[in-house]
Write a protein that binds this ligand. Structure first.
Ligand SMILES: C[S@@+](CC[C@H](N)C(=O)[O-])C[C@H]1O[C@@H](n2cnc3c(N)ncnc32)[C@H](O)[C@@H]1O
Ligand SMILES: O=C(O)CCC(=O)C(=O)O
Ligand SMILES: [Fe+2]
Length: 672
């Protein structure tokens, strides 16, 4: 458990169930905490040379291709357990170093022993049992090797379920009165699980007995019926809660269009395109990491914190796995909404885009629960909502691309609570997403005055003014005024979708000058920004905040870019006004870890990227990758790449040096 968990508290609320509560504010996109899984089950058995592998004992990552000393389980040929070192191998198969016994935990979890228990019907329960066995067997193995470990192991094992580190208010009395009842809440699952547990226990006991001769008191305690059941149940529940399969995106936001939900599924695509299309001839570390993320996303794991996460159909947390060579697997809890002190943390156990009936059925069937979250109440025609509920539901609907739902919620809120900065801000975003640029910006401008110059609207106004939106709207519209004075031709890379304007459109000197301006600005304001885009962790600086740069940028946009764009955009498109929504200088720096961007869509209709430095300044790739089209484009310095913002794309990883680009997001104003 990481130090961040001091910001969390586990509590029973009176009319509520037990859950995790926040102690401070977390902004959307912030990592609330990270957790190291207690046990991990990989579902996918296929491994290639280039895949990183988690050591079955310590979960550290290693690469089969690199590692001479890796060891394979030698109990059965079918087992796919791999160990990163002799120490782990011995511990897993023979017990701890120095121990004379032959009681490694893996003897009891090896595929031959547990494989015989596997049936389709009990798939999840089986996995849960297997996870429980791993935990249990590891503990027993430690204890039997070293009797002095007994107390510590009992404490650790107990904390797997009770998470005592998190101030769980569970006195003896409380446990007696509520603990066992609480288990009964698991209804369906517990019934099935009980059957499996009883089938499974004798097997475990028998195996152990044959190895150990007899149980010590300490070990017996581990196997006490109630304790074991509790352990297994706890794990089973948390397994269900955190199954993160990228193909069905069980945890977190589930709309495939959502920028926020992209991470899990997106990396899957990234991996596929790396390997299948041969874009990347030499696998870099990053490629491997991406692959491992995908693998781990389709695995099951359990941990103390995750077992305390409750369900909501409008959750504020999304689980993401990261796998770094030195640290092994970490599970990040990322805030997908602003979280305030005392808020309960929730994930979605089921895909959130299901209609209310399907959600209800699935929740009852799998968990025996009836969800009372605000989204369920809203969809059931309820009308008693707090302002916070409405704000969070409209944000959530927006993030899931349910713009009409979001608009209805915002309208409901404004009717109930009057002028409200945040609701108006969302209203603007919805209009923008619906292609109504002017309407969006009018809302933001008007409300900026009405709401007494509030912060976010003030920022928006500043951006609007910087990008000369008023000017571009004047009768002598710059769109018409500037005609391309040169005959350059775009290369169509994908019909109606991606174009490249080769040769130096912006001179090398200008590119260098823009980098200098950005770096100067960064050093004045204390560095580059990393938090401007949720879930697409770009290291960038907005053009509109750098005065000298924004002037040159505007000149370029109106005198060059827009006239040039006219050559390729369809007639119906260019009758509308092309407006800058955002523009920023992006910096990829391999040495700082900001070496790529995950696959995403832009907040734009048309996106433009311009390479600002030479391809020889960085190594390992770079460029913009379009996974669905199987192409990666790495423009030369000063070249312009223009593409539809709704196309999935990524910043292809570099593994050395620095890459600078300008990225700009444009909308057509459909009302002009
Ligand atoms: C991962 S645990 C969550 C923590 C759990 N409340 C506890 O105290 O251990 C999952 C179980 O919590 C309960 N639960 C989770 N979300 C719930 C909700 N929205 N309403 C009612 N019960 C819920 C269900 O019993 C579910 O099987
Ligand atoms: O690095 C690139 O070429 C892509 C950048 C990008 O997609 C973005 O900033 O939104
Ligand atoms: Fe992008």
């Amino acid at each position: 458990m990481q130090p961040e968990s001091s910001f969390l508290r586990c509590e029973y609320r009176k009319e509520n169930i037990r859950g995790l509560y926040s102690r401070r504010k977390f902004k959307k996109g912030e990592v609330v905490c990270t957790e190291v899984p207690t046990a991990l089950l990989l579902k996918d058995n296929a491994r290639t040379e280039l895949d990183p592998v988690s050591c079955s004992n310590c979960y550290k990552v290693f690469y089969v291709k690199d590692l001479q000393s890796f060891r394979k389980c030698n109990l059965t040929p079918r087992c796919n357990a791999l160990f990163c070192s002799n120490v782990c191998f011995n511990f897993a198969l023979k017990g701890s170093e120095g121990s004379n016994s032959d009681v490694g935990w893996h003897n009891f979890t090896c595929v031959e022993v547990l494989g015989s228990l596997r049936t389709e019907q009990y798939f999840l329960e089986q996995d849960a049992c297997q996870l429980a066995t791993i935990i249990l067997a590891k503990s027993i193995s430690k204890v039997s090797a070293s009797p002095t470990e007994i107390d510590r192991e009992i404490a650790i094992l107990s904390s797997r379920y009770s998470t005592d580190k998190l101030e769980i208010p569970m006195s003896d009395k409380f446990e007696k009165e509520n603990g066992i009842n609480h288990l009964m809440l698991y209804q369906n699952s517990i019934r099935q699980l009980r059957t499996r547990t009883f089938e499974f226990r004798p097997l475990l006991e028998e195996s152990w007995l044959s190895k150990l001769g007899e149980f010590s008191n300490a070990i017996q305690k581990f196997l006490e019926q109630e304790f074991f059941l509790k352990l297994v149940t706890g794990i089973q529940v948390c397994v269900r809660a955190i199954e993160v399969d990228p193909s069905d995106n069980t945890a977190g936001i589930t709309d495939s269009n959502s920028r926020i939900s992209m991470n899990a599924r997106v990396r899957l695509t990234l991996k596929d395109s790396y390997s299948k299309r041969g874009i990347m001839k030499k696998a870099t570390d990053l490629c491997c990491i991406e692959k491992s993320i995908e693998r781990l996303n389709s695995s099951l794991y359990c941990g103390a914190l995750v077992s305390l996460l409750n369900h909501s159909c409008c959750p504020n947390i999304q689980l993401e796995t990261t796998h770094r060579s030195k640290l092994g697997l970490r599970v990040k809890y990322v805030a997908i909404q602003n979280i305030f002190p005392d808020d309960i943390l929730t994930v979605s156990y089921i895909p959130t885009q299901l209609d209310i009936c399907s959600r209800k059925n699935q929740l009852i069937y799998h968990y025996g629960i009836t969800c009372k979250c605000c989204k369920c109440l809203w969809e059931n025609g309820g009308f008693e909502f707090s302002r916070e509920d409405i704000v969070s539901m409209s944000h959530f609907a927006f993030d899931e691309y349910r713009f009409r739902d979001s608009l209805n919620l915002v309208k409901f809120g404004i009717k109930r609570w009057g002028r409200d900065e945040e609701l108006f801000h969302i209203m603007g975003m919805i209009q923008l997403a619906l292609g109504k640029w002017s309407k969006a910006h009018d809302i933001w401008r008007v409300e900026h005055f009405a709401s007494g110059f509030s912060q976010s609207l003030k920022k928006q106004k500043r951006k609007d003014e910087a990008y000369l939106t008023r000017l571009s709207r004047s009768p002598s519209n710059l769109w018409h005024k500037f005609e391309p004075s040169f005959s350059k031709t775009w290369i169509t890379l994908a019909a109606g979708a991606i174009w490249l304007l080769p040769s130096h459109n912006i001179s090398k000197r200008t590119c260098e000058h823009w980098i200098v301006l950005a770096e100067k600005f960064a050093s004045l304001q204390g560095g580059w920004c990393t938090n401007r885009h949720i879930s697409v962790p770009t290291t960038d600086l907005p053009v509109h905040l750098i005065p000298e740069l924004v002037d040159e940028w505007n000149l370029f946009v109106f005198s060059d870019l827009i006239p040039l764009a006219k050559q390729i955009l369809t007639t119906s498109m260019f009758r509308k006004r092309l407006c800058v929504h955002d523009a920023f200088i992006v910096k990829y720096d391999a040495s700082k870890g900001c070496d790529h961007l995950p696959i995403h869509r832009d907040q734009s209709e048309i996106s433009v990227t311009i390479a600002l430095n030479s391809n020889s300044d960085f190594s390992g790739g770079g460029g913009t990758m379009f996974p669905n089209l199987g192409i990666t484009i790495c423009p030369k310095i000063g070249e312009i790449l223009l593409f539809r913002g709704d196309l999935e794309h990524s910043g292809f990883p570099i593994n050395g040096g620095i890459r600078y680009i300008v990225a700009a997001f444009f909308y057509f104003d459909k009302e002009t």
